[in-house]
Design a protein around this ligand. Sequence first.
Ligand code: GLC
Length: 548
Amino acid sequence: MTATLSDLPWWKRATGYQIYPRSFMDSDGDGVGDIPGIVSRLDHLADLGVGFIWLSPVYASPQRDNGYDISDYRAIHSEYGTLDEFDRLVAEARDRGIGIVMDLVVNHSSSDHAWFQAAAASRDAPEHDYYVWRQGRPGGLPPTDRQAIFGGPAWTYVGAVDAWYLHLFSPGQPDLNWDNPALRAEIWDMMRWWIDRGIAGFRMDVIDLIGKDVDAGHFDEGPHVWDRLDEMHAQVLAGRDLLTVGESWAVSRETVGNYIGKPGPLAMMFHFDHVKLGWDDTFHKFRPREVTPLMLKREIIAWQTHLRDDGWDALFLSNHDLPRQVSRYGDDGADRVASAKALATMLHLLRGTPFIYQGEEIGMTNFHAASLSDVADLEVHGQYDGMMAAGLDHATFMDGVNLNGRDHARTPMQWDASASAGFTDGVPWMTPNPNYPGLNVARDRADPDGLFAHYRALTQLRRAHPLIVEGGFQAHLEDHPAVFAFTRGHREKRLSVLVNLTGQPQSLTVPDAMCGAGKPLVCTHDTRHGLQGDVRLAPWEAVALLRG
Ligand code: GLC
């Protein structure tokens, strides 16, 4: 009996696509993306071949962190639309075979949430204990010296209750108190409410932080995280056919099995070891480090190998917090298209579920921020003073912003060459990347050798070949400094993949496991019908041949 794709869960077979609603498509001219705008572009995504959309937060929010600060978990942000429009998005997407995956942001709420308003007004309010309050130290000092991820102290004082609240991110994002069972019950209820609206799953924001032990100063992957996720699984997820993917900046190969092992509460984890290769130990993203092809591929190989028998990977190089992948790992100059194809081929043929970030399918790039006034992201502004005080110089900080900053992913989607890149008829909330007249969806899609066509071919290959989904992973030529070589195997079939991750030609001797004639599934340069002996790859060439 031959295994068919339909034996596997849908979220293993599908390709995902992340939408950052603020910057995707504006339908009403206010300069901010919205849900009707997304609906109007669903055919683009259906053509691309995606099976689900991870929607960055669309909940009611003061938008200090663009929706990662929620003021009402059961309402849609007014600039984005209404619940009716959301329901229509779910239905229209479903008609095209696309599920909607919601962003679950429950480590913290917004300080504008009614819970926090009540909590900060009175110690007697039932909601007071939904948040984390502690007494300060003598001399008006906060309870601890813990710094917030977006800069400044992680505690803010509230006179009305004479206590400090914890916020691991910005003061507008107070941490929820997961030790309180009543709070947990509210979250489970809220999740069920969205599931009942027909969503396809959840992406779980900084999920490892829900298990923190505040008094022990243990925040990342705190002692309760897996118990809490097990409880979530039992209360909400069990028996439902949902995609679940957790985000954690702390998860490692040592701990990932606790989230997704057999049996684990979640299906996949977004992990960031490959991203942190490009960061400094002290100044993090703001003092960038070079990431060589060898560093990148070794990290990927280590994760692929680790998850080979137990677990499932979430494959991504880009998201709304990261630079554009072609600028970070490829070449956003003369070899933009070729290098973007090479990176996409590599990622989509690995074992796991691939995620495309909006604009990646046309190779959108970083932009250049000349000064801090060109930057919108609160993280950059919140971190600047602290980084300078700790000894970083302004020029290096700006290098970090330009190479690793979050704004690059948030410039408006480049639909066409008209004013504001076709994103809005009004004044866009963020200036489009100035390269949009030559780099946009309309232009790329008109080119049969463009990136959209390449990504579409990759999603179609995934649908056509079970081996791309479920085949095992084996790396080859692991020490080659430039070429990523791997095979995917399933029964008698074998997929051989070679990707040149540099702008120089490369030579290699084909390893035995990859030798032989094969059907070309991907050939970005000359068509090859077999691999044998010594092979020379053109700059950024990617090849995938199927045998058996
Ligand atoms: C996650 C999100 C990021 C957000 C942060 C706080 O890392 O991806 O955008 O700012 O959590 O919610």
